[in-house]
Design a protein around this ligand. Structure first.
Ligand code: PMP
Length: 445
């Protein structure tokens, strides 16, 4: 105690923490106050060194404070601190858009910058509606999301998202005309699958049912995460995303991949679209684009979608949308440096080489007490535990706390422990992470 980084009681009380059990945290914040970050580790104000098993919140895959990214942001502050993105241009933003298109699947043509994953999702949904309208199909207004999907916390995102806790308070305020595909997880049919489960591609056919119910001409877009991260690494069954693509194409429905977690290396590829071999019409991204250093997100769109907007009156803004901080120069500088590192340090290859290591390490936990499923998808994995009767989530909290004592920071969601370790992790670090999880599961009981 006594560190200048330790909040006093008034300060603790003043901060309403996001997605956190505030009352519990404020009473039990020992070991949970961060003081320093470097590479794959955090240090707490009490001096504990923690392996960052989720790369921040899935965003710092290159490790914290990568020297090239730090340098780029510092240098940026010596030239332009802020530039308005409306009606004025700043060259590095255009160059960044072009670089991102160069990393995207063929057919993508433009990038629209925002500041977070939530903004990216809501932006993509507005683009979908506006696109159909400019094409003379204003009747296409419905969206289809998926159960257990996470698409941020904007009203668009919670409407298409499928997490009850994020939705129930806002029921009547959400978008109307939204349906959900079934989620693709089944303990009965796919527990302990390695990588993409072989069961479950047929679940995509539910889209045909919704089309038969509403008619394709009313549906604007389908939005899914290629791999559902926040729900606890729910891996798409083999062939599932391909089937969604086929159905959307057949019916003129846009397919949006929310790649806020999958994009920029986590899948051992530039995007999940590459890894799964399915090209959507739009890709939302955030997090990894600049290693989480400065808030940034964006939407990548197919070239002809953008072009459809460019045919209106020649004196008017084509798409009335944008944020004060769209393409913030610090975020852009951090992104350029991140893309340099991804390219020059062979990160996709490195991630691919770690995939079997992570897979072996986590699946070795099969048979530990209360472990009911283990899932992995490229450099993401999750271990699901039986809930304690009447207290869902409590078992995972206990495991989380045992792991903190042993020097690993996991993320828990419900009774699932999630891992998305830094791309720069060593095989030994991944092995140790899994062993700590084993010890913590045993200790938590
Ligand atoms: N979409 C997905 C797939 C995400 O994983 C997240 C964040 N975990 C978001 C959207 C929201 O991003 P943000 O928290 O930056 O708004």
């Amino acid at each position: 105690m006594g560190s200048p980084l330790e909040p006093n009681d008034r300060e603790l009380a003043a901060y309403w923490m996001p997605f956190t059990h505030n009352r519990y945290f404020k009473q039990h914040h020992a070991r949970r106050m961060l003081a320093k970050a470097e590479g794959a580790y955090y240090w707490t104000t009490e001096g504990d060194k923690l392996f960052d098993a989720l790369s921040g919140l899935w965003c710092s895959g290159l490790g914290h404070r990568h020297p090239k990214i730090v340098e780029a942001v510092k240098q940026q502050l010596d030239s332009v601190d802020y530039s308005p993105a409306f009606q004025m241009g700043y060259g590095p933003t255009f160059k960044l858009a072009e670089r991102i298109i160069g990393m995207s699947p063929a057919g993508m043509g433009q990038v629209f910058f925002v500041n977070s994953g939530s903004e990216a999702v809501d932006t993509s949904m507005k683009m979908a509606l506006a696109y159909h309208r400019v094409k003379g199909e204003a009747h296409r207004t419905r969206f289809i999301g998926r159960e257990k999907g996470y698409h941020g916390v904007g009203f668009g995102g919670i409407s298409v998202g499928g997490m009850v806790a994020n939705r129930k308070m806002y029921a009547s305020a959400m978008l109307t005309g939204v349906d959900h595909l079934p989620h693709t997880h089944s303990l009965k049919d796919m527990a302990f699958s390695r990588g993409e489960p072989t069961w479950g591609a047929h679940l995509a056919n539910d889209l045909e049912r919704l089309i038969a119910l509403h008619d394709a001409s009313t549906i604007a877009a389908v939005i899914v995460e290629p791999m559902q991260g926040s729900a606890g690494v729910i891996v798409p069954p083999k062939g599932y995303l391909q089937r969604l693509r086929e159905i959307c194409t057949k019916h003129g429905i846009l397919l949006i991949f929310d790649e806020v977690i999958c994009g920029f290396g986590r899948m051992g590829a530039n995007f999940g679209a590459h890894h799964f071999g399915v090209v959507p019409d739009m890709i939302t991204f955030a997090k990894g684009v600049n290693n989480g250093t400065v808030p940034m997100g964006g939407v990548i769109v197919r070239k002809d979608l953008y072009e459809a907007f460019m045919t209106g009156p020649d004196h008017a803004v084509e798409f009335f949308h944008g944020y004060t901080y769209s393409g913030h120069p610090l975020a852009v500088a951090a992104a350029h440096a991140t893309l340099d590192v991804l390219a020059t340090e062979g990160i996709n290859e490195r991630v691919k080489s770690l995939v079997p290591v992570l897979e072996e390490a986590v699946h070795a936990l099969k048979g530990e007490p209360n472990v009911i499923d283990i899932r992995n998808c490229q450099l993401a994995a999750a271990v699901e535990l039986t809930p304690i009767e009447g207290k869902p989530g409590l078992r995972a909290v206990r495991v989380f706390e045992e792991a903190l004592k042993r020097g690993v920071l996991f993320r828990f969601t419900g009774d699932i422990l999630a891992m998305g370790p830094p791309f720069t992790s060593t095989p030994e670090e991944l092995g140790r992470m899994a062993e700590v999880l084993r010890e913590s599961i045993r200790a938590a009981g």
